[in-house]
Design a protein around this ligand. Structure first.
Ligand SMILES: Nc1ncnc2c1ncn2[C@@H]1O[C@H](COP(=O)(O)OP(=O)(O)OP(=O)(O)O)[C@@H](O)[C@H]1O
Ligand SMILES: [Mg+2]
Length: 314
């Protein structure tokens, strides 16, 4: 056996208690997590919660102040060079040459990274990501969705085993986002592991597992269903007339923690199911409203975590 080969572990990422401070301010606080091979793991959390900093530490691009761990079987503290060779990192603000075509951009990247067999790699990546019919189009003239796909192609040229995608679909329309996510699912079916940060709830639901960060700490992690179940949130939906007036009244009612308009309905949530039902009882009796118990959404769960996380971490 070759001793320099990484251990073929089920987990692609295993880190323990990673912390990082900038200018004396701790922005990631004892982050511990694992990501299994072939998994799509989502990072959620408000702006500045430490998602990008965590992603960069997980792949050895940024050295933690303390903690330890491995990525693809390599030590994140001492073997970051090896990790980089097998990781594709799509940064939050990626850049490319607008006056070059998709193909030329990819060829340029392959050349500056001195990738061997460049022609074949570029051809294979264009084919793999369905960019064939647009390969001659100038990057500057592409729609947002195609730009994201080109950026994904660029970080996959060297055929990485792990993709780190930092808000890859920010500002892209829903159809293009869905296509992008179909692509991510296709890639993971071929054994690639994906760590992705997002602010979009529909994308969170498409992850196998999620971690919710606030103030640099993981407040909750698990599958979307586990997070919903663990939140302890009860939600009611109400439809009918005068919903604006009802919103104002409900926000003052005890045990009501969230009142959120969704199209022609309101979602009312709270963590004390009994007190919530008691509080809503007078409203149930009014014929102008139709009430139904409903399932909380991930958005309800995350807003709840954000509101309550602040108490613990500020
Ligand atoms: N190189 C740096 N120097 C100083 N402070 C930094 C640096 N990088 C990040 N920070 C700070 O660390 C905190 C976490 O930033 P980070 O970019 O990891 O958050 P994020 O969750 O990715 O936010 P966003 O959703 O806006 O992308 C922020 O307060 C940020 O200003
Ligand atoms: Mg970020």
């Amino acid at each position: 056996m070759c001793l320099t080969m990484p251990v073929q572990n089920k987990n692609v990422i295993e880190v323990e208690k990673l912390s990082k401070s900038f200018a004396g301010k701790r922005v990631v606080n004892e982050l511990s997590m694992t990501v299994a091979r072939g998994e799509i793991f989502g990072f959620l959390g408000p702006n500045g919660s430490g998602k990008t900093t965590s992603i960069r530490m997980l792949c050895g691009l940024l050295t933690p102040d303390s903690g330890r761990g491995s990525c693809l079987g390599y030590d994140i503290l001492t073997e970051s060079g090896e990790i980089k060779q097998h990781v594709g990192y799509m940064t939050q603000r990626f850049s490319f040459y607008e006056e070059l075509s998709i193909r030329e951009n990819l060829e340029f990247i392959a050349r500056i990274y001195q990738m061997p067999d460049r022609r074949r790699l570029v051809d294979a990546t264009i084919e793999r990501l369905g960019l064939g019919h647009r390969q001659q189009q100038l990057a500057g003239s592409l729609s947002g969705g195609w730009k994201q796909r080109m950026a994904l192609a660029a970080c996959m040229l060297h055929q990485p085993k792990l993709l780190l995608l930092d808000e890859p679909t920010a500002g892209v329309d829903p159809k293009a986002r869905r296509d992008f996510w179909d692509e991510i699912h296709r890639l993971t079916a071929t054994g690639i592991t994906v760590l992705v940060s997002t602010h979009y709830m529909d994308e969170a639901e498409r992850c196998h597992r999620l971690a919710y960060l606030a103030y640099g700490a993981i407040l909750a992690q698990g599958t979307p269903d586990e997070l919903l179940a663990a939140s302890g949130i009860t939600t009611w939906t109400v439809e009918g007339q005068d919903l604006f007036e009802l919103t104002e009244a409900l926000r003052k009612a005890p045990a009501v923690e969230q009142v959120v308009p969704f199209g022609g309905a309101l979602h009312i949530s709270g963590t004390d199911a009994g007190r919530l039902a008691h509080s809503l009882a007078p409203f149930f009796e009014q014929p102008r409203w139709r009430w139904q118990p409903s399932k909380p959404s991930l958005e309800d769960v995350f807003i709840h975590l954000m509101n309550h996380g602040q108490d613990n971490y500020s």
